[in-house]
Design a protein around this ligand. Structure first.
Ligand code: ATP
Ligand code: MG
Length: 418
């Protein structure tokens, strides 16, 4: 009997480590087989700071998932990466006379995309090179030039970069569980994969995954990724602000925030009250729900303004027509949609993972968008080589130089938007 192929995602978040195992059914549909969600340890703002703790969390998450597939073997995983070390740039490159036969073949196209590989120093790695569009003999916005006869073809690509040491630590943390990393995927791309509709991507859209330690931003224009960035602010800050304002420990503030937190407390009734539970010998207290919302409101306004700043840094003057899509654990904060609409203007949607029929109920939450997206991304891009160096599989030559594409002339423009 043929060995069953499992697809496994590992989302290493600041709050939780989540692994999801799936297989592709006979009709090509994705079937979720099991999940393992454990509390995260050793991750600060999306970046590993204690590798042993992270390794232990990944191991127990994978063990939990393993129970759902019995003797099945999880051999490789798609792992998410985040953190402020993630940067991006958009490059343009072109070749004259792409082939002897006169038309562009898949090989020429692959070489052309590889030619968009930027020169990076040893401290960085290229995570993704995503074609944005092609120009064929002056004809712009060509989506797929394969098969076209052409004198010159130009590619524009979105390139995502990460810090080499951070990426190596992520691989090391996963591979300690005796599974290999099939690919590292930037979290924002994964969350976008699981939440955005085709129309939103075409119209242009800003997606933000607000997690515990980071807010991962991905902007799409004309159907393609255009800008990616990580803001080092997330739900943990909200909880800390609330803990200070209410003079309670972090765990009490977290419980109150999830149950009663509100992003736009001015819309609440003035007489609504909530109970702050007793802790460490302190008696229980009754407080106005509006007062709880005030510090959360202030921090979320600051965060949304940072998102707007990123929109401007990407080269856009305002929110694109597709608006803002918010996912990640904090997306469930009551009143957030209305607050975001007020700050950014344009349509705002709170997004749950989509694109999988029969998604188990427990995974239908914004906190799982990145994990589900990692799976979707992995299946779409299976067979692609990993781009980063990590000692064995690599696109890089023995001397660490980028592979040379077959092209007439070198890189033309490099537009840094990161
Ligand atoms: N119902 C809720 N209302 C408000 N906040 C919530 C709710 N549920 C979860 N959160 C918050 O979401 C955050 C966790 O989100 P998520 O699980 O997406 O984080 P993560 O992926 O582990 O972290 P990161 O992506 O930042 O590394 C926590 O701060 C938590 O308090
Ligand atoms: Mg996350």
């Amino acid at each position: 009997m043929a060995k069953e192929i499992f697809y496994t995602a590992v989302d290493i978040g600041t709050s939780k480590v989540c692994s999801i195992v799936a297989r592709v059914g006979t009709e090509g549909e994705l079937k979720i087989l099991g999940t393992g969600v454990v509390e995260s340890q050793g991750v600060q703002k999306g970046r590993i700071e204690n590798i042993e703790e992270v390794q232990a969390a990944i191991r127990s998450s994978l063990e939990e998932s393993q129970r759902y597939i019995g003797r099945g073997v999880i051999s490789g995983v798609y792992a998410g990466v985040s953190g402020t070390h993630i940067t991006c740039l958009n490059t343009k490159d072109f070749v004259d006379y792409p082939s002897d036969s006169g038309h562009i073949g898949p090989d020429q196209l692959r070489d052309l995309i590889e030619s968009a590989f930027p020169q990076v120093d040893d401290s960085q790695e290229v995570l993704h090179i995503i074609p944005i569009g092609y120009q064929v003999d002056g004809l712009t916005a060509v989506r797929n030039p394969v098969g076209l006869h052409a004198g010159q073809v130009q590619v524009e690509a979105h390139v995502v970069l990460g810090d080499a040491a951070v990426l190596r630590n992520t691989i090391k943390a996963v591979e300690a569980s005796k599974v290999s990393v099939k690919s590292l995927v930037v979290q924002s791309l994964a969350s976008a994969e699981a939440t955005l509709t085709g129309d939103e991507r075409e119209m242009g859209v800003v997606m933000v995954d607000i997690g515990g330690g980071t807010s991962d931003v991905m902007i799409y224009r004309q159907g393609s990724p255009w800008y990616s960035s990580v803001i080092p602010v997330g739900g943990n800050q909200l909880t800390r602000d609330l803990a200070v304002a209410m003079r309670v420990p972090f765990y009490v503030a977290e419980e109150i925030k999830v149950k009663w937190g509100h992003a736009l407390p001015e819309t609440l009734r003035g007489d609504e009250e909530v109970v702050v539970p007793s802790f460490q010998g302190q008696p229980r207290r009754v407080v106005k729900r509006r007062d709880l919302g005030a510090p959360l409101h202030a921090r979320l306004v600051e965060l949304l303004k940072l998102v707007l700043l990123r929109v401007r840094q990407s080269g856009l003057r305002q929110l694109p027509t597709g608006g803002l899509v918010i996912t990640g654990g904090c997306a469930e904060t009551e009143g957030l949609q209305a607050l975001a609409q007020k700050i950014l203007g344009g349509p705002v949607r709170i997004a749950y993972p989509r694109g999988i029929a029969g998604l188990p109920t427990q995974l239908r939450k914004p906190t799982f968008s990145a994990g589900i997206g990692l799976l979707l991304w992995g299946i779409k891009h299976q067979g692609e080589k990993r781009r980063y160096r990590n000692g064995h599989r690599t696109l890089w030559g023995a001397k660490g130089k980028p592979k040379q594409a077959k092209k007439e002339r070198g890189a033309e423009t490099r537009v840094s938007v990161g």
